[in-house]
Design a protein around this ligand. Structure first.
Ligand SMILES: C[C@H](NC(=O)[C@@H](N)CCCCN)C(=O)O
Length: 452
């Protein structure tokens, strides 16, 4: 008897990689705007008279609505209930609206001199735009994760997630590299934000193209023998939250990312204060980090797809994180080349953990609850992304000021011990996750590609 094999669009390699390319481009545009203001800090201070507190308020705005108004969690529920097309497009519109408000606030059209709640009104309006954008880009992130699972489950899922993260980090690198030259060329601090706004509009058009592909995929699934997916119910949220494996991933995520993204916000200052690097060149060393991850994340994703060992990869990443921050904390080899080597090692750790962590979630959580699960993980992570930079800033001011004439301004030992502690806790959670995997049989140590 000849068995009839019903294929869906996801079985076409061209179709699934094209779909990935389109949504990854949308994320690149999102990450570009996320980090575009970081290199502009000195210009904001010189031209718009912001101070560091203004910059801090603006930067923390990214998490305001996600964390306090639970917008990320609502985004996840909407994703599971309404699907990727509706949620993804909604997220793109939020990114465009947020970027538009932010551009208006920074542009010459904005009337200077006002105050809202005692804070510079320009900072508050730019922050409002960034907060709306933050909801959009984080919701887009969970939507794209679900899209990748939809197209790549049982295939090259970790490689696809790795390539998507690599493309998105290209947006971060772009922000770090071209922002200042662009602002200089146009003699305007708002010029790079206008470019981001234009790119986000193109990213939204790209996502519109994706919705056509997604419709075709759904049609091909309907025509195949594939079992229909059960609809999402609100009680699914409690099911996700009752899963110990889910909490271990969420904890690992917040601990690991708290030791990387917030560290990057202080890494340039660390280079100046501990390694005596020229302030004009100090950004180059941390700038190496996203570049390294662009190559390594897909490479490790491919390894996980073919050989498995997801839980082990996360443990190795956590061990490397401890070594890196430990080396930055120790009074040892205060030379730029040593700092560069250690930063490159951090790049390897920052490729290992995400390449295994995100593709492990669908092994723990059923597909119909994935949007909610990713949203809850991002929500837990956003607390760290918001709180840790503030904690480190406070520790620096309170305990680490050196302040003598001609001396470095801060001793970074204590902040680096804090970052090392996050690494130690991340390792403990990674070990617990490996144990839980053995007990529950999630398959974290197994390859993602199923052999036919
Ligand atoms: C996939 C993952 N994304 C996130 O963790 C986002 N919640 C935060 C993105 C922050 C962008 N500067 C990742 O990028 O590894």
């Amino acid at each position: 008897m000849i068995e009839k094999i019903h294929q869906t669009l996801r079985d076409s390699a061209v179709a699934r990689w094209s779909a990935l390319g389109v949504v990854a481009f949308t994320m690149l545009c999102g990450y570009f705007l996320t980090d575009v203001m970081a290199p502009l800090k000195p210009m904001l201070e010189a031209q718009l008279l912001w101070d560091s507190t203004d910059y801090g308020i603006f930067t923390s705005a990214y998490g305001w609505f996600n964390v306090f108004l639970l917008m990320l969690i609502f985004g996840g529920i909407i994703l599971d209930k309404m699907g990727v097309r509706f949620t993804g497009l909604g997220a793109c519109f939020l990114m465009v609206i947020g970027a538009g408000i932010k551009y208006y606030a920074i542009s010459d059209f904005f009337p200077l001199g006002g105050q809202i709640f005692g804070i510079n009104s320009q900072v508050m309006i730019a922050g409002l735009g960034y907060a709306i954008f933050g909801v959009g880009v984080e919701t887009a992130g969970i939507t794209v994760s679900k899209i990748i699972v939809k197209w790549f489950k049982g295939k090259e899922m970790a490689l696809a997630m790795g390539l998507e993260m690599a493309t998105a980090r290209l947006g971060t690198s772009l922000a770090l590299i071209i922002t200042v030259p662009l602002a200089d060329t146009f003699q305007s601090v708002s010029a790079p934000i206008l470019l981001c706004l234009i790119m986000l509009c193109i990213g939204t058009i790209a996502f519109l193209v994706y919705t056509v592909m997604d419709r075709k995929l759904d049609k091909s699934i309907d025509e195949s023998d594939a079992e229909p997916e059960e609809p999402f119910k609100v009680k699914d949220i409690w099911e996700v939250m009752a899963n110990k494996g889910f909490w271990l991933v969420a904890l690992l995520c917040v601990l690991f990312y708290s030791a990387v993204f917030p560290f990057l916000k202080y890494a340039t200052d660390l280079m100046v204060n501990k390694y005596a690097v020229d302030p004009k060149l100090a950004g180059i060393i941390p700038g190496l980090l996203p570049f390294g991850t662009i190559i390594l994340t897909p490479l490790f994703g491919n390894l996980y797809d073919r050989k498995g060992k997801g839980a082990t990869i996360m443990m190795i990443g956590a061990i490397m994180l401890i070594c890196v921050h430990g080396l930055f904390a120790l009074p040892l080899l205060n030379e730029w080349w040593f700092a560069t080597l250690v930063m490159i090692t951090l790049g390897v750790a920052f490729s290992l953990v995400p390449s295994a962590m995100w593709p492990s979630v669908p092994k723990i959580i059923p597909e119909k609850q994935l949007g909610t699960a990713y949203a809850l993980i991002f929500w837990v992570q956003n607390w760290g992304l918001m709180g840790v930079p503030a904690l480190i800033g406070w520790v620096l001011d309170r305990y680490c000021k050196l302040g003598g004439e001609g001396q470095p301004a801060y001793d970074y030992t204590l902040p680096m011990i804090i970052f090392t502690s996050f690494g130690i806790l991340a390792l403990i959670v990674a070990i617990m996750l490996k144990r839980e995997d053995k007990k529950k049989g999630y398959g974290l140590e197994l390859p993602n590609i199923k052999k036919n």
